[in-house]
Design a protein around this ligand. Sequence first.
Ligand code: C5P
Length: 227
Amino acid sequence: MKYTVVLPAAGSGKRMKADKNKLLLELFDKPIFIYTLEVFQRDPNCEGIWLAVKEEERSLMEDFVKEYGITKVAGFAVGGAERQDSVRACLKMIPACDVLLVHDAARPFIDAEVILHLAKEAAASGAAIAGVRVKDTIKKAESGFITETVERGKLWIIQTPQAFRYSLIKEAAAAAYEAGFLGTDEAMLVERLGHPVKIVESNYENVKMTTPDDLIYGKAILESRRQ
Ligand code: C5P
């Protein structure tokens, strides 16, 4: 199933405690976002990559894209203050296609099989998102005391990619913008229209490089894949 992918890459390094965009940090010898790009470069189903970047980092990122031979980048958009703004900036530029994926550039270990599964499900039902089952016991707490233990069997940790029919995500993003609704993922924009969203089981390696300990985990994943 062919698809186009949007990679929001216009974040900061705040939680990573880095003085620059965390995506420019290197895992061994390569910037994080290049690992992510390489997954889509290699995937024959990926027809084009759109990157949301910070204006001031655009030329640096463009240089890396060239240096690492990433030829599928179809365009760059200038990202916004929130992740949703960055995705929206790309959505405004992308020509119509069948299936559109949104994937955090900060998740470099995404599996090609999960991508394919998501694209197929989105083509069939409109929207499909990656997730993994919660392993730990989850409780709610207020003022330092437990108020509820949540039933774990129904809980999922949501990741990206999130895959959609192009027309559906365009409609959902436009409606959210009009209503001033800010979601923490794209699926929320679709959910609020009452459209079903399918969950596709992913894996725990598809971690988002967010805090310094994630870099240690990221290196361990790369080392295990090299063996
Ligand atoms: O900050 P966080 O890691 O949750 O961001 C997820 C992805 O969204 C990252 O790839 C980051 O670069 C991107 N992002 C963005 N624009 C923002 C904030 C985050 O493109 N304003």
